[in-house]
Every structure is written in C-alpha cells, then in structure tokens.
Design a protein around this ligand. Structure first.
Ligand SMILES: [Zn+2]
Length: 290
C-alpha cells in the first residue's frame, strides 16, 4: 500500500506545507528538509484504526488501544537516523532551562531542561510533546541546532529567547541566519484559556492582537444579541512564539508558525488537552549528519 499523502492525512490543514516522510512515520517541513546536512521530523500518533490509510504501513499494523507512543517513537528515530546517531532526551519540566549538550559529560544525561542545543554531528536532539510547541531552530551559517519544548509556561518563562541567547553566547550564532519551525501543536481553534493564562500573556505580549481569537460556540449566531462577554478567549501559542523569535532577531520569513493543530487532527496526533494525561506523546527530532 502506498504511503498516504499529506492531503490524505490532514485534509483541512491550510498552514505550512508539511510533507509526509517516505517512511510514513513523521512529518517534515520543507525549510528543514532543504538542509542536506541534517535530519529532522515530527512523529505521529500510533493508535490508528484499521481502516486508516496508515494502517497499511508496517509500523502501524498494531492498533490495540494499549499501544501508545513508545514503539512508534522508536520506529521514528530509527527511520531518521538508523543506529548511527546518539539519541538525546531531556527531563522536561515546563521551564526556561537551556541545556548546552556540548558542555555535558556523558553521565549528565538525561539533563533537566526544556531546550537543548548542539554544534556536534551524530546526535539526535529530541523533544516530547502532545499539544505543546516543539520548536526546531537551525543556524544554517554555523550549523548549530536547537530543539525546544514550549507550552504556555515555557513561553512565559522565555525558553525560546533564552535558547537563542545561548546559541549566540556559546556559538556566536547570529539570529538573522537562523530559521525556526514550530511543529504540530494545539492551535488557536482549540486552545481556550481562562484568566489565569490570559492575563500573564496580555502582560507579556502587550498590543499583540494576533495572539487572540474570540470564538463562538458552534451554532451560536453572532447577531442574536450575544455579547462579547460570552465569547471564549482562544490563545494562539504559535503566534506568541513567533513574536519572541522575531523580537530575538529572526527575520519574519524564516519563522514557520502555522503547523497543523494536534487537537483538530486527533487521528494523526496526540492531544493532551483533548485526551488527558494518559494520552501518548510525539517526538520532534533534529540532528546533524555532518
Ligand atoms: Zn484545532
């Protein structure tokens, strides 16, 4: 059975033009796929029904409910790098901690933090997500890589700009030569927030209307007298991340911030918000071949 196309998987996605990897195990972004010296990918969920197009791919043949993300994560890593690269995981904690891999001793891993950077070849940086933003950053000039886990707490803590600061201070990276891809994550279509999250974002991102959408429940007629107070506040985490990346110096055209929504496409991705703590996790990965 042929590998399904991206149009088959995400028929309603109108954002960044992701491609399905030849393995069928992950999505890839053209801006990163254009760099022949690196490998990258955003893995997909493992629980697919037997009539789903991916059920024809060998790694997806199991569809028991208790098969979660680990087998597919392993298959994904192998498809990207074979056994040739050392896998790097973090103990993620929704922090602003940036780990510089090249300063660690082997015994220091897995290190605690939510971003990891390296200039070394042969290591595969990974971030685990289910709704939070996986952000892959590349300095194409100096060939420095970063993988960042950024949910609402991480964005407010500044893990993204702190990653760029670390790339600058430790590798003399120039943000103008970097590009950033925000991978599959929960979109403003599905990310309703309360005042506890909305207020700190309004304070941290003043005058940024692009972060917000007012969303009416299905079937509600806006002209029926329903006031704005009834509108739910929907937060665009990717837009907030884009603001931080551009403020840090990345050119707007090198920031790719329109990924598919994990909650809208639960046949393809895991969604923590929609499915709860027990759902699986996906990996975002990036590494230098040479
Ligand atoms: Zn959505």
């Amino acid at each position: 059975m042929p590998v399904p196309t991206i149009t088959t998987l995400l028929p309603h996605h109108g954002g960044d033009p992701y491609c399905l990897a030849p393995s069928g195990l992950c999505l890839q972004h053209p801006a990163l796929a254009a760099c022949p010296w690196l490998v990258h990918g955003f893995s997909l969920r493992n629980r697919v029904s037997r009539d789903h197009p991916l059920a024809g791919a060998s790694s997806f043949e199991q569809s028991r409910e208790d098969v979660k993300s680990v087998p597919i994560q392993n298959a994904f890593v192998t498809s990207l790098a074979g056994n040739a690269m050392v896998l790097v995981r973090l103990r993620q904690c929704h922090s602003d901690g940036v780990v510089c891999l090249d300063r660690l001793a082997p015994g220091d891993l897995p290190a605690e933090g939510d971003a990891v950077i390296t200039g070394r070849s042969g290591v595969l940086l990974t971030i685990q997500v289910a709704d939070c933003l996986p952000v892959l950053i590349v300095d194409k000039s100096k060939r420095i890589l970063a993988a960042v886990h950024a949910g609402w707490r991480g964005l407010l803590a500044g893990v993204v700009p702190k990653t760029l600061e670390a790339m600058q201070s430790r590798y003399a990276s120039d943000p103008r030569h970097c590009l950033a891809v925000i991978g599959p994550s929960i979109g403003p279509c599905c990310y309703q927030v309360g005042q506890d999250v909305a207020m700190p974002f309004e304070e941290a991102f003043p005058g940024r209307p692009q972060l917000w959408r007012n969303f009416q429940p299905a079937g509600r007629d806006l002209s029926s007298g329903t006031g704005p107070s009834d509108a739910r506040r929907m937060l665009d985490l990717s837009a907030a991340c884009r603001c931080q990346l551009e403020t840090a110096g990345l050119p707007a055209g090198r920031v790719f911030s329109h990924p598919p929504c994990t909650s809208c496409h639960r046949n393809v991705f895991y969604s923590y918000r929609a499915e709860g703590e027990s759902t699986g996790r996906m990996l975002a990965a990036i590494g230098k071949i040479h």
